[in-house]
Design a protein around this ligand. Structure first.
Ligand code: BGC
Length: 722
C-alpha cells in the first residue's frame, strides 16, 4: 500500500477501531488460540470484552504457523476493514534453538557471532508466524542482585552499543523489511530499567540526566541508529516520573531529539501501573498521561480502550494525537507487507524445515562455547580423557540450562552436561551423582556424592541457580550459591583434592565459600540448547575458553554496585601519600571486584609487548594509533580479547578511571604474534559536560591496553584542539 492509501484507510476508521489498534492482548484472548481465555475470567477482570479483542491491533505471544494463522484468519473474517493483526513475542536469545543468555553472548565479545545468533532466532520466529520480537534488551547493568542482568550484555556502554547494533542487524536483516526470514526488532526497556535501587526489580531509578545520557542511553540510541523498528518503555521511574508517562523522555528525547518515528509500546501493564506508582488517580488519568507521553500501544491493560474515547470527546486529548499513533501502527503493518500477506510467508513447511535445524544447533553450540568464561584454572583443565571423572551436583543431569527467557525452547531438547561428557569419557570413567538439589538436599544424596568422589581422580561440580532464580522478578539479596551447594563443595573437598566447578547461572555471583576450595571455575551461564555439548568440548580441550566477563564479579555483595568504569574519588585508596584510614575503602573487604570487567583465562598464555603510540599528540582533525604486539607464548591455540581503554585525566566533570574504547578478538597459534592497532580520534574522547553537550576537552589522556580492565599498561597523549 502507498502512504496515501494508508491515510485513506485511517480516514475510514471509526474512533473505536482506531483506539483498538492501540490495544495489545496476549494470545489466549483471541479466537483460534491453542488455549483460549475465558470471557468471564481474565477478559472481564481486565475490563475488556469480545468487541475490544476484535478491534485489538496486535497479539502478544502467539507462535507456530498453526496457531498464528488460526488467530489471524478468525480475526480477519470479522475485520470490517481487513486490517491484519501484528504478531509480537519475546524471541530474546533464540526461538526454539536456544542460544546462551545475552549476558553470556556479551562475554563472547564476538559481535559477528552475536549477529548470527539473532539471525537464527529471527529465521525460526518468522517461519513460525512472528512479526516483531521484543528484543534486544540493552539495559546497562551494574547490580547483579537484579535478576534481569542476564538479559543484558553487561556494564559497558560502548560494548552494549556494539551488541545492540549486532542484534538489530541480525533480527531485521540487511534487506529489512523485504526479507521475510527476519522480524522487526523492539529495543527495550526505555530507559534505564537496569538501574533499579537495591537491585530490586521494578524499583525506583533516579540519576542525573548527565549520567543517563553518558552511560544508559547510548545502547538504545545505537539500536535506533541501526534502524530498530520499535521501542518499549520501562516499568521504572526516570527522574520521578514512570517512563511510560514520561513526556520528557518519550516526546522530547525519543521523538523530537532522536527523531524516532516508529511504534512505541508500553511494557506489560505499565500504563495502568502509573496508578500504584502514584502519578495517576485512575485508569483515565493513566491513559491521558501515556498518550500524551507518546505511547502508541498499551500492552495488556485497558486504560486506552476504556477511556480514550471519552478523553477525545471531551477534548482532553486531540484526535490528531490518536491518529498519529494509529498511523504509525498501520505503517508498520504495511511495511511488513501484512496487508498483502498477513501470514508474511510463514508456512508449515517452512517452519518444519527451519526450526531447530542441525545448522542452527551447531551455531548455538559455537556461541555457547565462546560465551563461557574460565575464571580460575590451577593446572587442571583441560581434562585428560583417561582420567576417572565424577560429575556431581544439581546441574550434572539438569536440562534447566536454557535460561528464564527461553519461551519456546524445549527443556527436553537441551544437552545436559553429563550428555556432553559422555561424548568423551567411557562409562567406566564417568560417574554421576547429584549430591543435592539447587536449594535443598538430603544426607543420603550428599553421602552418595562423597562416595562417588572418593573413587574418582577429578570431580566436575556442576552448580548454579535454577532459571527462576534470575530473570524478571528474580532479584536476590544474597547472590552466593545456595547454602546446600556450598556445603556440597566442602564435603567433596574433604575427600578429593581436584575440583572443577562449572557454573550455570544468570548473574555474577559472590563466590564466597567456594572460590578457595576449588581448582578451576568455568562460568557457563545459561548456555542454551547445546550447553552440555559445548561445555564438554571446552573441558576436554576440543575448543578453548575465550570468553571475557562483561560484568564484574563482586568480591562480596556488600560492594555492589562495583563496576570498572567508576570514578576515583578525592581520597583514592593506595594513592601516594594516602593516609591509611581516611581513604575511600571498606575496612573489611577490598575495593576491587573479585574478577574485573574484561577478565577471563585461556588454556594458553599471551604476552603483551610494549605498545607504541604513533604520536603523543592528537588534534581534532587527526588520529593516532596505538599498536600492540600480542604473542601466544603457550603450547596451544587460543583466542585473546585485546582491550583498549582511555582515561581523561582532568575533565570538566569527573571522568571514569577507564572507559573501553576498542577491542579485538584474535586467534593465535602457539608462538604466533600479531600486532593489533587501535585508532584514536577526537570523537572517542567526547563526553557529556555539565551543560549536557557532548564534546571533548583539550589536555592529557591515558590510553591503556591489556587483557582485561585491571591488568593494563597506560600510554599518555594529549589532545590539542588547534
Ligand atoms: C517484560 C518485557 C517483555 C514483556 C512481554 C514484560 O513483563 O518486562 O521484557 O517483553 O513482558 O512479554
Amino acid at each position: 500500500m502507498k502512504k496515501e492509501e494508508i491515510i485513506v484507510l485511517l480516514n475510514k476508521m471509526t474512533l473505536e477501531e482506531k483506539i483498538g489498534q492501540l490495544l495489545q492482548l496476549a494470545t489466549p484472548f483471541f479466537e483460534g488460540a491453542k488455549s483460549e481465555g475465558e470471557i468471564t475470567g481474565p477478559l472481564a477482570q481486565m475490563g475488556v470484552d469480545r468487541k475490544d479483542v476484535q478491534y485489538a491491533g496486535s497479539v502478544l505471544g502467539a507462535s507456530g504457523t498453526e496457531e498464528v494463522q488460526a488467530i489471524q484468519k478468525a480475526y480477519l473474517e470479522k475485520s470490517r476493514l481487513n486490517i491484519p493483526l501484528l504478531v509480537m513475542a519475546d524471541v530474546v536469545h533464540g526461538y526454539e534453538t536456544i542460544f546462551p543468555v545475552p549476558l553470556a553472548i556479551g562475554c563472547s565479545w564476538d559481535i559477528p557471532l552475536a549477529q548470527k545468533s539473532a539471525e537464527v532466532a529471527a529465521k525460526e520466529a518468522s517461519a513460525s508466524g512472528i512479526h516483531v520480537t521484543f528484543a534486544p534488551m540493552v539495559d546497562l547493568v551494574r547490580d547483579p542482585r537484579w535478576g534481569r542482568v542476564m538479559e543484558s550484555t553487561g556494564e559497558d556502554p560502548y560494548l552494549n552499543s556494539e551488541f545492540a547494533k549486532a542484534f538489530v542487524k541480525g533480527f531485521q536483516g540487511e534487506d529489512y523489511p523485504n526479507n521475510h526470514d527476519h522480524v522487526a526488532a523492539c529495543v527495550k526497556h526505555f530507559a534505564a530499567y537496569g538501574a533499579p535501587e537495591g537491585g530490586r526489580d521494578y524499583n525506583t531509578v533516579d540519576m542525573s540526566e548527565r549520567q543517563l545520557r553518558e552511560y544508559y542511553l547510548p545502547a538504545y540510541k545505537a539500536a535506533l541508529n541501526e534502524g530498530c523498528e520499535m521501542v518499549m518503555t520501562a516499568f521504572n521511574t526516570v527522574d520521578g516520573i514512570p517512563a511510560t508517562g514520561n513526556r520528557k523522555l518519550m516526546r522530547s528525547l525519543l521523538r523530537e531529539e532522536w527523531n524516532f518515528e516508529g511504534v512505541l509500546i508500553s511494557d506489560w501493564g505499565a500504563v495502568k501501573e502509573m496508578i500504584p506508582h502514584g502519578v495517576a488517580a485512575d485508569d483515565k488519568e493513566a491513559a491521558l498521561k501515556a498518550i500524551e507521553a507518546g505511547v502508541d500501544i498499551e500492552m495488556m491493560t485497558s486504560c486506552y480502550v476504556n477511556h480514550l474515547k471519552e478523553l477525545i470527546e471531551n477534548d482532553d486529548v486531540s484526535e490528531e494525537i490518536l491518529d498519529q499513533s494509529v498511523l504509525r501502527i498501520l505503517t508498520l503493518k504495511n511495511k511488513l507487507g501484512l496487508f498483502e500477506d498477513p501470514y508474511r510467508s510463514a508456512t508449515k513447511e517452512r517452519e518444519t524445515e527451519t526450526v531447530f535445524s542441525e545448522r542452527h544447533r551447531e551455531l548455538a553450540r559455537e556461541q555457547a562455547a565462546k560465551s563461557c568464561v574460565l575464571l580460575k584454572n590451577e593446572n587442571i583443565l583441560p581434562l585428560k580423557k583417561t582420567e576417572k571423572l565424577a560429575v556431581i551436583g544439581p546441574f550434572a543431569n539438569s536440562k534447566d540450562i536454557l535460561g528464564p527467557w527461553s519461551w519456546k525452547g524445549k527443556v527436553e531438547n537441551a544437552v545436559s552436561l553429563i550428555e556432553g561428557m559422555k561424548n568423551y569419557f567411557s562409562t567406566e570413567n564417568l560417574n554421576v551423582a547429584e549430591g543435592c538439589g539447587i536449594e535443598a538436599g538430603t544426607d543420603e544424596e550428599m553421602n552418595e556424592a562423597v562416595a562417588v568422589a572418593k573413587e574418582s581422580d577429578i570431580v566436575v561440580l556442576a552448580l548454579g541457580e535454577s532459571s527462576d532464580m534470575s530473570g524478571e522478578a528474580g532479584s536476590l539479596a544474597d547472590i552466593r550459591l545456595p547454602d546446600v551447594q556450598r556445603q556440597l563443595v566442602k564435603r567433596i573437598k574433604e575427600v578429593n583434592k581436584k575440583i572443577v566447578v562449572v557454573l550455570f547461572n544468570g548473574r555474577p555471583l559472590d563466590l564466597d565459600g567456594m572460590i578457595d576450595e576449588v581448582d578451576a571455575i568455568l562460568e557457563a551461564w545459561y548456555p542454551g540448547t547445546e550447553g552440555g555439548a559445548a561445555i564438554a568440548e571446552l573441558l576436554v580441550g576440543k575448543r578453548r575458553p575465550s570468553g571475557r566477563l562483561t560484568m564484574s564479579f563482586p568480591y562480596s555483595v556488600g560492594q555492589i554496585p562495583v563496576y570498572y568504569n567508576s570514578f576515583n574519588t578525592g581520597r583514592p585508596k593506595g594513592a601516594p601519600n594516602a593516609q591509611e584510614r581516611y581513604v575511600s575503602q571498606y575496612l573489611d573487604i577490598p575495593n576491587e571486584p573479585l574478577y574485573p570487567f574484561g577478565y577471563g583465562l585461556s588454556y594458553t598464555s599471551f604476552q603483551y609487548h610494549e605498545a607504541i603510540l604513533s604520536s603523543q599528540s592528537l588534534t581534532s582533525e587527526g588520529s593516532i594509533t596505538l599498536s600492540v604486539k600480542v604473542e601466544n607464548t603457550g603450547d596451544v591455540t587460543g583466542e585473546e580479547v585485546v582491550q583498549m581503554y582511555i582515561r581523561d585525566v582532568a575533565g570538566e566533570v569527573v571522568r571514569p578511571l577507564k572507559e573501553l574504547k576498542g577491542f579485538e578478538k584474535i586467534a593465535l597459534e602457539p608462538g604466533e604474534a600479531r600486532t593489533v592497532e587501535f585508532s584514536i580520534e577526537e570523537k572517542d574522547l567526547r563526553y557529556h559536560h555539565s551543560d549536557l553537550i557532548h564534546r571533548s576537552d583539550e589536555g592529557e589522556f591515558i590510553a591503556y591496553v591489556g587483557p582485561n580492565s585491571r591488568d593494563v599498561k597506560g600510554y599518555s597523549f594529549s589532545l590539542k584542539n588547534r
